[in-house]
Design a protein around this ligand. Structure first.
Ligand code: GLU
Length: 487
């Protein structure tokens, strides 16, 4: 792969740079995972950097939650997590240098002027962008207005204009084009006439993500940035400003976006599940990692079941530039697959929450039938003879009636050994029932559910007394409701 790792003595450095303004959601997980896989594949470093420039919205609580979620997912970072705010001095210095060289300027235009600009630009058939009015101000005048208390933002003098907006303090240089080198797309060329003058400092004095993000990447020696292609235009601005500052730009990989199941933007409101929410729903972290690692990476083999295999088979150059859709079904398919492959002892530990007293033997019994941990609650009767049967199971039992279970119990007592086949044959003989009419009520009585583990295994697990106790309980329940069934 032709990329920029050599700028750091050959050592790859990637980073995950969330804004700590909320919980980790699916889109973040993909970005974090891809950057983590890239670093681990290349034996490099993976950094965690909190981009907390939006101080009002950045919360310590969110940072802790993000760290907890990353750890839970198995995405470890190298060194301490960094805070973007710790480099505030460097960001201010970089802005000063850009301003002195005429690459950044103060803009005093208010919201209504900007709306008007966008409308005019759109009416001319161009992209909706800033008209460049304040680029004509001399630095001295701009400073006087700022000192006079007029509110302003800082913009980059990125756009090239033919309309005379180049006079004044902000100078244009660096050619007509900005070239972004992308590991998937090759050279992506931006004509500066199509670009806007992005805001780098808001009117409250805080930086937008553009400048600190790029300056920190250089300071952290980041060699590769993997992120969604919604950032491509931002990247053009960042490459341009890094060049102006004489700082190295990392290599970029812009992957296709992650969309929700309907093809819409994955928002926090719509299908934008949080990692914390999924964890509370009993999801295994590896199920999320597996579903995520395969999005836009279809050549990942099905049997790459652990982190080491995912790293081994990760091929960043084959990540799709097309948008991919999130699928809850795929997520839960992985959950089922991993639950079924897990050591029974480990599974038993997880079952304790929904099935107190579950041990490895019980876990191994119900494991082939589990898709979610919560499913296990349906088989409480395997542990407790008096656990009430589930709705449909209870209906099937009622339909069979107390007399059916009395006969089934008699057949059971008459057996020389606890043997499912022999018992089923005897009950068939004694009751005249066969097929579903025979098996369903027996299953209902023993397991409390209408489906589940093989009956021979259930009978072995419960043993003589266990089966007896469940049949007795079922007889009592049917008698209490007056159900004598239809034989
Ligand atoms: N803080 C930015 C974000 O959360 C980082 C983007 C990037 O990965 O460079 O969108």
């Amino acid at each position: 792969m032709n990329d920029g790792a050599d700028m750091n003595g050959g050592k790859v450095v990637t980073r995950f740079a969330p804004s700590p303004t909320g919980l980790l959601h699916l889109g973040n997980v993909r970005t974090a995972l891809l950057n983590w896989l890239f670093a681990r594949k290349r034996d490099g470093r993976f950094l965690l950097r909190f981009e907390d420039t939006d101080r009002d919205r950045s919360e310590r609580r969110c940072m802790e939650a993000i760290e907890r979620d990353l750890r839970w997912l198995g995405l470890d970072w190298d060194g301490e997590a960094r805070l973007q705010s710790a480099r505030a001095g460097e960001h201010a210095g970089a802005l000063e240098r850009l301003a002195e060289a005429g690459h950044a300027y103060r803009c005093f235009c208010d919201a209504s002027q900007l709306t008007l600009d966008r409308k005019l630009a759109a009416a001319r058939g161009g992209p909706p962008r800033y008209a460049g009015r304040c680029r004509r101000l001399s630095p001295g005048e701009a400073r006087r207005r700022a000192e006079g208390g007029e509110p302003f933002v800082w913009r980059l003098a990125l756009s090239l204009r033919n309309d005379g907006a180049r006079s004044g303090g902000a100078r244009e240089d660096g050619g007509d084009e900005v070239v972004v080198r992308d590991l998937l797309r090759g050279e992506v060329r931006f004509n500066r006439r199509d670009l806007d003058d992005p805001v780098v400092v808001r009117s409250d004095g805080t930086f937008t993500f553009l400048l600190p993000n790029a300056v920190d990447d250089a300071a952290d020696s980041v060699t590769h940035v993997l992120r969604g292609d919604d950032h491509l235009t931002n990247t053009a601005a960042q490459v341009w400003l890094l060049e102006r500052l004489g700082l190295p730009a990392p290599a970029y990989l812009h992957h296709g976006l992650l969309l929700d199941a309907d093809g819409g933007k994955l928002s926090k409101r719509k299908g934008g599940q949080t990692v914390a929410g999924l964890r509370e729903a009993g999801l295994l972290p590896m199920a999320l990692v597996q579903a995520m690692a395969r999005l836009g990476h279809p050549n990942m083999p099905e049997d790459a079941l652990d982190m080491a295999s995912l790293i081994h088979h990760f091929e960043p150059e084959r990540i799709s530039t097309a948008a991919v859709r999130w699928s809850d079904d795929e997520l839960w398919r992985w959950q089922a697959r991993l639950l079924r492959a897990m050591p029974a002892g480990e599974l038993a530990g997880m079952l304790a929450r929904v099935l107190p007293g579950a041990d490895a033997a019980l876990a191994s019994l119900i494991q082939p039938n589990l898709s979610r941990i919560e499913d296990a609650a349906a088989w409480a009767r395997l542990l407790r003879a008096d656990a009430p049967p589930q709705g449909e199971a209870w209906q099937a039992a009622c339909a069979a009636g107390a007399d059916f279970f009395r006969r089934a119990l008699a057949c059971w007592e008459a057996l020389a050994a606890a043997d499912w086949k022999a018992w089923a044959a005897a009950v068939r003989e004694a009751t005249g029932r066969s097929g579903k009419a025979l098996f369903l009520p027996l299953r209902a009585a023993l397991t409390g559910a209408t489906h589940g583990p093989e009956m021979s295994r259930v009978v072995d697990w419960l043993g003589r007394d266990g089966v007896r106790a469940r049949l007795a309980d079922m007889i009592e329940r049917c008698e209490q409701t007056g159900g004598e069934g239809q034989s």
